[in-house]
Design a binder for this molecule. Structure first.
Ligand code: ADP
Length: 178
């Protein structure tokens, strides 16, 4: 079965089959990791996003679409749209975030990708509580690794220390379970 690993650093530099983008519904780029991906990957990514928009009109929250990675060392970008955190409908937000991880990996498995790197979706501009998001991410990925044998490695790429420390602790606890 595939496994989960952790690194701290810049997602755009990852040499993997696919990196996942924390995009927005428009697919036209934005701030945070989305901006970094479009800057590093170049205009080919936006061109494909525009084609997808023409076909299906953006990307619903919790869903995912795939494009080239342009000039980045990865092969593909899986764009998924995380929920914007707010104090109400918390369980619905949890479900949407879970769907981001699951649908991204479904797309990856469908095109036989083996190594996928995720940012900490929704924990930046979208303000999802970091610990709550980490629990959801790790659980969702664990379930998908059990289901999709083609996926060999899922790498959580944390940018800030707080997320890195949370993932380090939670993944260590998981590996202690029998
Ligand atoms: P969202 O709108 O889904 O919250 P953000 O891009 O604002 O998306 O933040 C998502 C996460 O990505 C945050 O934890 C942020 O620190 C992180 N991040 C920002 N830039 C990068 C990068 N170059 N590589 C990896 N993670 C990044």
């Amino acid at each position: 079965m595939g496994h989960m690993t952790l690194v701290q650093g810049d997602l755009t530099k990852m040499e993997v089959d696919a990196i996942v983008n924390a995009a927005n519904n428009s697919l036209l780029g934005g701030g945070g990791v989305d901006g970094a991906i479009h800057r590093a990957g170049g205009p080919a990514i936006l061109a494909e996003c525009r084609e997808i928009r023409a076909r299906q009109g953006g990307c619903p929250t919790g869903e995912a679409v795939v494009t080239t990675a342009g000039n980045m060392p990865s092969r593909f970008v899986i764009h998924t749209v995380g929920p914007v955190w707010s104090g109400h409908d918390k369980e619905a937000k949890d479900d949407l975030l879970r769907n981001c991880y699951k649908n991204s990996l479904k797309h990856a498995a469908k095109i036989n990708l083996e190594t996928i790197a995720f940012p900490n979706i929704s924990t930046g501009i979208y303000h999802f509580p970091k610990e709550r998001a980490a629990d959801i991410a790790i659980q969702a990925v664990k379930e998908m690794l059990e289901e999709y044998k083609v996926i060999k490695e899922v790498i959580f790429v944390c940018f800030d220390n707080e997320n890195y420390d949370l993932y380090q602790e939670k993944l260590a606890n998981l590996s202690k379970e029998v």
